[in-house]
Design a binder for this molecule. Structure first.
Ligand code: SF4
Ligand SMILES: [Zn+2]
Length: 115
């Protein structure tokens, strides 16, 4: 049974709050949030995205056998390119800045040509 990180009392693995000291418990298996479990001798962290990109600060890293945040590094989907709703054109995300820069350039040209 897992223990509370604050008061070290045994708490239910599905508890979202420690019944003794009321500490919110995030790392345990909440209802509706899957708790991933390692199979065999492997550790979850070995194949986790957050180990690979070095963003995990869970204390059980790199030897987690159970984790709610685990994300399989091989299963991360590549997001499809965004498309403009009406035109269907593909954008890379910085088109707004290019439009603004173009408008700025045009207004500068107009301002200087009217001098
Ligand atoms: S999120 Fe969990 S499985 Fe992934 S590196 Fe951190 S502790 Fe390991
Ligand atoms: Zn507690």
């Amino acid at each position: 049974m897992p223990t509370c990180p604050t008061c070290h009392q045994s708490v239910d693995s599905q508890a979202i709050v420690c019944p003794f000291c009321r500490t919110p418990l995030k790392a345990h298996g909440h209802p509706g949030i899957p708790l991933y479990r390692a199979e065999g001798k492997a550790y979850l962290c070995q194949s986790c995205t957050y180990e690979a990109d070095n963003t995990c600060n869970y204390p059980q890293r790199p030897y987690a056998k159970e984790c709610t945040l685990y994300q399989d590094v091989n299963a991360v989907a590549v997001a499809p390119p965004r498309r403009h709703r009406s035109t269907g054109l593909r954008f890379k995300g910085n088109e707004g800045w290019w439009i603004l820069a173009g408008l700025g350039t045009v207004s500068l040209l107009i301002a200087f040509s009217n001098r």
